[in-house]
Design a protein around this ligand. Sequence first.
Ligand code: PLP
Length: 315
Amino acid sequence: MTLNAPDTTGPSTHDAEDDARNRDILIYVNGALKHRDAAMVSVYDSGFMLGDGMWEGMRLYDGIWAFFDDHMDRFFDSCHAVSLDVGMDRQGIAEALRMTAEANGMTTDVHCRLMLTRGIKSKPFQHPGLSRQGPTLVIIMEHSKPADRLQSAGIRLASVPQVRGLPHSQDAKFNSHSKLNCVIACLQAEQAGADEALMLDPHGFVNTTNACNFFIVRKGAVWTSTGDYCMNGVTRQKVIDLCRANGIAIFEKNFSLYEAYSADEAFLTGTFGAQTPVATIDGRAIGEGARPVMARIRDLYKAAIADDITAQKTR
Ligand SMILES: Cc1ncc(COP(=O)(O)O)c(C=O)c1O
């Protein structure tokens, strides 16, 4: 398969409309902008060798990164927690993002993956002290519009044996390069004939999916997990805040598959797809097709992005 081969994988929450412009994007690698075919990191890179790095997914609207401060808070907190020196402040990151967007002529409908690793190691072993040359910063930006079919068809989830871990193993709050736990869960879902995995916490309560946060709606109230075992998504928090601000009952609580199976609606959240409906869980249809609560939240979220972009522009 070549780097530019069409995507032939099954449906996922990250399905985007094909865009031929992505064949020739420029990628930021430690300050240089390289054609995607020439953008490389060393085989000694800590990210390649160990998954030792942190990343953020962000979206560009009219030249502005939505919820930039929230993303930077998580990114810098995560790097700080694992003693990974970013090597620049958030203004430096903003400048690297600006450079990359400008070089690609991108202003809107753009998804970015900002990745920072502990950099090139002097030997192929684990000790972080072997990463002595400073971090590796890579920014991939693609023209990206979530595929419309996801909103009509919805995602099929399968509950899987792979669970979210306790925070004292590898805290699920880290948006780390190493996503093996999530990848294993996704493989299990795929083997069960589903699109994405619904993962439980160590106590058996419903937690999150392998790539998004998970919500259900029961009798007009919105439920999501406590947040103790999942990536605390920026979109997840926005949905919680928007429910609170708009009189929609919202609970962060423990619940089991029992309540998920009989929910009136279920949906996923993430920067890429905003809110994506869930069609089935373990083959059981969720609700009866209408999704009024998710639709309202989607509208509120769209408006919140517009407000954030306006506020950043007038800052
Ligand atoms: C495991 C997992 N959960 C949830 C999310 C969604 O987070 P956000 O809303 O910040 O995009 C992501 C995205 O990075 C993720 O990898």
